[in-house]
Design a protein around this ligand. Structure first.
Ligand code: FE
Length: 210
């Protein structure tokens, strides 16, 4: 399966002499594309700003709606890109978008073993640890160890499934709705849905952060 970065992958800006080989190469390609008139500086800036504008808030809203509305959840799980479009979330850059739901018996964890494929329109930029070699390796070899590092002890009778993202396939985890939140509305529930819970390494919060 092809494993190439999508158009939403960005390099960190910074002084060029401090950049590594691949970043220098990316800048060199950018310079050539601008020089040849394929794209302009403004196009690139606009795209970078568009990418930066995406945050995990989109994912949190979707999860909170799934928690409160079973019909929404069923539609979202069956056809996530259409539901995103209806909500004004542009997920068109995702090829296959798969929604995974944590249950009492099964929990899901997402990794990209080769690089950093991530559902950016839904969760924004991936955290640095997601891109680290340590996470990419450990997530496959010992996902329970990773969760323990995040402060989560998963019971032995709960099955852990690890999903490897690629350019063609991106995943979003719906964490379990925390106990004691039956009276909360969508806006309050959104505050409980963290980025890490949607990657699957943590549970949702049981109370909003201070
Ligand atoms: Fe990747």
């Amino acid at each position: 399966m092809a494993h190439e970065h999508g158009p939403d992958e960005q390099h960190e800006p910074g002084p060029r002499h401090e950049l590594g080989h691949w970043a220098k190469r990316a800048y060199a390609m950018r310079d050539i594309l601008i020089a040849k008139g394929v794209m302009t500086e403004a196009d690139i800036r606009q795209h970078a700003e568009f990418t930066e504008s995406k945050t995990p808030a989109n994912g949190a809203r979707l999860v909170a709606l799934c928690w409160t509305d079973p019909e929404f959840k069923a539609r979202f799980m069956a056809d996530p890109k259409t539901v995103c479009a209806e909500m004004g979330i542009d997920a068109s850059t995702l090829n296959e978008f798969v929604i995974l739901e944590n249950t009492e018996r099964v929990r899901h964890m997402v990794v990209c073993t080769l690089c950093s494929c991530y559902p950016r329109p839904i969760l924004g930029r991936p955290p640095d640890w997601y891109k680290s070699f340590n996470y990419r390796k450990r997530a496959v070899n010992d996902p329970r160890w990773i969760m323990r590092e995040f402060g989560l002890e998963v019971r032995e009778d709960v099955e852990v499934r690890v999903h490897d993202s690629t350019a063609d396939m991106r995943y979003l985890v719906i964490p379990a709705r925390p106990a004691g939140t039956e009276d909360l509305g969508v806006e309050e529930l959104e505050k409980l849905v963290t980025r890490d819970s949607m990657i699957g390494v943590m549970d949702a919060l049981s109370a909003p952060p201070e």
